[in-house]
Design a protein around this ligand. Structure first.
Ligand SMILES: O=C(O)CC1=CCC(=O)O1
Length: 270
């Protein structure tokens, strides 16, 4: 079964065959999602590079361990998981809070990270007031009470009107997350500010965003790219906050092209 205990936290993961490519890629999912959001990207890239995806603490089938105090708790788990699989020269591909976790891991262990793909993420997401309001609503009424607003930022109006089964499945995924995992991760995002960290990123970085992302809009993601020396910035058309679900082919093409452009040995700049 695809479970491993890292520092006492049971993590649910998916591990692709260690074939092809000099760079293993590790997918890190967003708030309220589990690693199934990468399914179509995973299938398309399968065999091209070693791959790892996992449910972060308090999400999907992973445990919450001792709780979530900050992004650092998620970084602890990711660090241990990468060691468990003896991955080196890693490309971290993080979506939203997953992008913050990627930036956190790079800062802590730059020697194992060769490149970053920062998807629909930023150095700072939302405001303390917006996160506190969401936390209060979820504490009082459950995730269900914020689900329709969240789904509006996750996906474009076109997705809402034409892909009703996927929308329903994603609603189920969101509303069935563990309350403590969801609330703890909301608070971790609220308290995170990676502005100074982003300025010091010295590995090749691709920042990518859906053109209709209502959570981390293109201008915000562009401002993240502007902070990171040499970062590439790309927009995925007809996508909201989760292009790996809404436009997996376009995102896969960007990932494939970026990974192919990486030198086989680590190269830093900045
Ligand atoms: O759920 C949202 O509002 C979008 C989001 C913000 C941080 C994250 O990981 O997802």
């Amino acid at each position: 079964m695809p479970f491993v205990s890292i520092g006492g936290v049971t993590l649910h993961h998916r591990h692709g065959p260690a074939t092809g490519g000099a760079h293993p890629i590790v997918f890190i999912n967003s708030l309220g999602t589990d690693f199934r959001i990468w399914e179509e990207v995973w299938s398309a890239l399968s065999g091209e590079m070693p791959m790892l995806a996992y449910d972060k603490r308090g999400h999907g089938l992973s445990d919450i361990g001792s709780g979530i105090r900050s992004i650092d708790d998620h970084v602890d788990d990711l660090s241990g998981l990468i060691d468990h699989f003896s991955f080196k020269n890693v490309v971290l591909c993080g979506l939203s809070v997953g992008g913050m976790i990627a930036q956190g891991l790079y800062t802590r262990r730059p020697e194992i990270v060769d490149a970053l793909i920062l998807c629909d993420t930023a150095h700072k997401i939302g405001t303390a007031d917006s996160w506190n309001a969401r936390i209060a609503t979820v504490e009082a009424k459950g995730i269900q009470a914020v689900a329709e607003d969240v789904l509006k930022v996750w996906f474009t109006p076109g997705f809402h009107s034409t892909r009703s089964a996927e929308l329903a499945g994603c609603r189920n995924m969101l509303t069935r997350q563990a309350l403590a995992g969801y609330i703890g991760t909301c608070a971790a995002v609220r308290d995170a500010d990676f502005t100074d960290i982003a300025r010091r990123i010295a590995v090749p970085t691709l920042c990518v965003v859906g053109d209709q992302d209502g959570s981390t809009p293109p201008d915000l993601v562009r401002s993240l790219a502007d902070l990171i020396p040499g970062a590439r910035f790309e927009i995925v058309r007809d996508a909201g906050h989760i292009p790996c679900v809404e436009q997996p082919a376009a995102l896969t093409a960007l990932i494939r092209d970026f990974v192919a452009s990486l030198p086989t040995g680590k190269q830093t700049h900045g």
